[in-house]
Design a protein around this ligand. Sequence first.
Ligand SMILES: C[S@@+](CC[C@H](N)C(=O)[O-])C[C@H]1O[C@@H](n2cnc3c(N)ncnc32)[C@H](O)[C@@H]1O
Length: 226
Amino acid sequence: MPRRQLYGRSKGKALRAAQAERIETMLPALAIDVGALKDGPAALFPAPPAQLMLEIGFGGGEHLAAMAKAHPEIGYFGVEPFLNGVAKLMAAIETDHLTNIRALRGDAREVLAALPDASLDRIYLLYPDPWPKRRQRKRRIVDMLFLSEVARVLKPGAEFRFATDIDDYAGWTLARIAQQEALVWLAERADDWRLAWPEWHRTRYEEKALREGRTPGYFRFIKRSA
Ligand SMILES: C[S@@+](CC[C@H](N)C(=O)[O-])C[C@H]1O[C@@H](n2cnc3c(N)ncnc32)[C@H](O)[C@@H]1O
């Protein structure tokens, strides 16, 4: 059965010459083939990084690049279907001489399916496409299969961090997490979700949400130790 398409367009405006050149020259060295993931994400780096973190749907890569810059000892791996987003990330990698990022242009569900069990120290899902209308909700990336794959690839005690500005998406995700025994919401107080986690780096989509008057919600889920 063909996979349901979750994202709309994967190509936007034509790339500018510099972006196109970056994609051509940098992507082959930094881009990962799904097949390469079976040996675990550490194998993507010349020396195994202290920790490995995945960002799903990195958009323009602002958060991924900022985290990689702040933590050169951590290996960051991003997946994003949108070519222009990948081109933006390449620009940041070039400007800041980042050597600890790898990227895959494609579907995060395929990446998760290809990763070995307990191979990641953290997964970020920041502002996934909201699909707010009732009939569109089945296109949301968060579903029970997605969460069970997230739980499978995280190491025990590792975190899945999720941000959204859509109340209904927060409720949707919490309802599914409650059915996913391996993941536990790390909330100490009822309004914890209003507080960005330490070292939060604002994304482009969050800036837009704030300009449009929506409230971000930040959720941290921990993978239970057996
Ligand atoms: C609303 S945007 C948010 C982008 C970025 N995280 C931010 O906060 O600025 C959602 C992103 O998820 C990407 N996306 C959609 N479906 C995806 C999938 N199946 N796998 C990976 N990324 C996906 C989209 O291309 C888009 O860049």
